[in-house]
Structure formats: C-alpha cells, structure tokens
Ligand binder design. Structure first.
Ligand code: 6GU
Length: 250
C-alpha cells in the first residue's frame, strides 16, 4: 500500500513514520509513505500558502492553488490514477476501526492535512473524497490525526504485523476490549498472576479471557458492550459480577 501526505510539516510526519513497526514495514516494502510539502507548490517569492479569509474573521486560510498543484503532482507520480483523498478535519466522520479496515484495502491513498483556520473550500470540493476526524476535540493541524490514521491502517496491511492473527482477534473486532495480560515474574510487589493462567488448562484460560474482556468492556465502555454479542449465560454472569462488586463497595 502507498500513502501520500500533503502537509506543511513533512519532516514531523517523516520522523514519526520512520520509527517502530511502521518504519520496519516501510523498510520491508509492505507500505510506502511519501510526504509532500504543500509550500513547494506556491508560485509567490515568499512561498506563502495562506491568506486572509473573504468576509473577514479571525485567522488565515490556506489557498486552493498550492494544494491543488501538490495533488496533481502526486497523481502524476502514481501513473495518473485518482486515489481517494482523505481530508483530516474536525468536521469529518469520526475515525474508527471499521473505517481503518476499509481504507487499508486501498492500493493508494492521499491524506490532506490542513492548518490555520482551514483550506479554501473550492479545492476541497474538487479533490476530497472523504472527511475524517479522530474525535471531538480541536487540534492545531491535521498532522497528528494523519499519523493516527496511517498507524491504524498500516498495521492492518497483510505482512506488517509478524503474527498474522494479532490484527484480527483484538480490541473492537468483536466490540469487546482486550483482557489483561501478565508476564514474568509470577509474583511482583506481592501481586500474583491469576492462577488459571498458570494452570495449562487451555479451555479454562480461554473462558477466563472471554470473561475478563466482557467485564472490562462493561466497566470502561458500556456503549461498546451494547453492540457485542453475548450469550444469555454470559449476560447473567455479568449481572452477577457487577452486583457482587457493588456489594463489595458498600
Ligand atoms: Cl482530523 N484535525 C484537527 N485540526 N483537529 C481534530 C481532528 C482533525 N480530529 C479531531 N480534532
């Protein structure tokens, strides 16, 4: 998969994407991430990309032309194909795992990061296919959201994670959170690892994982639990657990 990012801060994006698992995925050729400096597509001497908003108001607006020329240059460099263009904006649809799975199936993808108070609407109308936000809070620019989106998408590309299963059976795939995990030593600061995990009884261990996932989701993300598929037995068990804890706190 290839991702092209249009930004005013390509160095910041490059630095982050060189690190860790995504950096290794790039070295091994599973994903290619190319940053593009929008400023390089200005035609004025000062290389200015922003200007005052028509109608007045606070702040500056990024001009249409440099963004458009940057986009055209990317399309030319990928054989004149027209990939989806994702504009990172707090006005977009809230990003989630399902959107990541869908985007990870694209061969090419372009991410557009805005700054200042926004980008001239006319270029957005011409090139943007998807508007994506990462949550209900406002950041100063689209770079951090673009990094979030790229990290989430990249790890779903086949081959990026060494263990083929690890991207599948995981938080959100079944609307349940991950169970707690433990490693050596068996006792740390007086706290022991749950005995079932040392039992070697795989069926009991799997059942314990499932219970812990359900319990965590109920406590931390009741909104997710409503979408999870629990058996009637599991629902009854959960009610008992939560009632038991309530008594414990009294
Ligand atoms: Cl995509 N951009 C900005 N500037 N702020 C955000 C966002 C995006 N998503 C949440 N807040």
């Amino acid at each position: 998969m290839r991702i092209d990012i249009m930004t005013l801060f390509p160095d910041a994006v490059d630095a982050m994407m060189k690190a860790s698992i995504i950096g290794r995925a790039q070295e091994r050729g599973f994903v290619t991430i190319c940053t593009h400096q929008i400023r390089e597509y200005t035609t004025n001497k000062q290389m200015q990309v922003d200007d005052y908003p028509y109608g007045g108001g606070a702040g500056m607006v990024m001009q249409a032309e440099p963004v458009y020329q940057c986009y055209e240059s990317i399309c030319r460099s990928i054989g004149n194909s027209r990939p989806r263009v994702v504009f990172m904006t707090p006005q977009g649809r809230t990003f989630n795992q399902q959107m990541a799975e869908e985007l990870s199936r694209e061969e090419d993808l372009i991410l557009l990061c805005g700054h200042y108070e926004g980008i001239d609407e006319r270029v957005l109308e011409k090139i943007v296919t998807d508007n994506v936000s990462i949550g209900d809070y406002v950041l100063t620019g689209g770079e951090l959201p673009a990094l979030v989106v790229m990290d989430t998408i990249s790890r779903l590309v086949p081959g990026v994670l060494n263990n083929g299963m690890s991207a599948v059976k995981e938080s959100f795939s079944d609307n349940l959170l991950e169970y707690p995990q433990y490693t050596r030593p068996e006792e740390w600061m007086g706290e022991k690892v749950p005995p079932v995990l040392l039992s070697g009884h795989h069926k009991n261990i799997a059942a314990w994982y499932r219970e812990q996932s359900i319990l965590r989701t109920a406590k931390n993300r009741p909104d997710l639990l409503e979408k999870a598929e629990l058996t009637e037995k599991e629902r009854q068990w959960l009610i008992q657990q939560l009632e038991g804890e309530e008594r414990h706190h009294e």
